[in-house]
Each structure stands twice: as C-alpha cells, then as structure tokens.
Ligand binder design. Structure first.
Ligand SMILES: [Cu+2]
Length: 153
C-alpha cells in the first residue's frame, strides 16, 4: 500500500469510527412503536419542579408501555428538565401544553416549564433500557439539588 492509500484508509476508518454512537442516536422507528403501544392503558406520572428539586427525583419506566409525564413548575424561578440521553431512548408521540398546542419531533433535548405553574405534558413509549440523568441546567440549580434519575427497565 502506498503512502496515499494508507492515508485514505486511515481517513475512511476515522469517518466510520466517528459515525453514529449510542449517545447521539435516537429511536428511528418511533412512529411504529407509538402506534403499537396501548394508549388506553397509559400511565400518568407527575414531576414537580421547585427551588431546587425534582419531586420525585427518581422515576422508573417499563419499556413498551405508554406514558404521560407531566412536568409542573410550582417554583418562583424558571427551571429546566434536561435529559438528553433519556429523551433519545424513548419513542415520542407528542409534547403538549394544555389548550395551547402540541409538538411532534423524533426527539427533544430539554423542557422548560415556566415559573408559577407552567406545565408541559410529555407522551412517549420508553424503549432503550438504562439509567439516565436528568438535571436543571440553569445557574447552579443542579448543585443545589436539581438532579435525578430516570430508569427504563
Ligand atoms: Cu432550576
């Protein structure tokens, strides 16, 4: 192999190695998984955001089951519910702000229910088993206690 071919081979390998990984993947067949789930048996869970906590801070989900996760901010400050890896491990049906609208996308990164009662409802089917971190990314809120764990089993 001449020097040029060796460089090309190295570049091709680097491109392959730098391709999709678990951390930047998402549930590509989400529409089929959402359709297959039993939405009549949907379970509703609520997380309350406040200064400076998620309550509860640990949630467990069963893969394949339909969920509505309500995020309610009862605090005096805005807060984030950021769980990038978890949000790529579930099949999204929709995200809803009651009487305001619905959003649909293959995956999301973060949600910010606004202070003094803001609420966002997430509809999804958990897929990839694992333990995922959720944090509030505003200022030092994570250090003050706004972190939690979302488990898919
Ligand atoms: Cu916060």
């Amino acid at each position: 192999m001449n020097r040029f071919a060796r460089i090309i081979t190295a570049l091709a390998f680097a491109a392959f190695a730098g391709g999709a990984t678990a951390s930047d993947d998402y549930i590509r067949d989400y529409a089929a998984r959402v359709k297959a789930a039993d939405w009549k048996a949907m379970e509703t869970l609520t997380v309350t955001l406040d200064e400076h906590s998620f309550d509860p801070s640990q949630l467990r989900f069963k893969a394949g089951k339909a969920y509505k996760l309500q995020l309610k901010n009862i605090g005096k400050k805005d807060h984030y519910f950021t769980a990038e890896k978890f949000f790529r491990a579930v099949a999204w049906r929709k995200v809803m702000v009651d009487k305001q609208g619905e959003m649909k996308a293959p995956y999301f990164t973060a949600f910010e229910p606004l202070k003094n009662g803001g609420q966002i409802d997430l509809y999804f089917v958990p897929v990839t088993q694992g333990s995922y971190e959720v944090i509030c990314t505003i200022d030092d809120h994570k250090q003050q206690g706004m972190s939690g764990t979302l488990v898919i089993e």
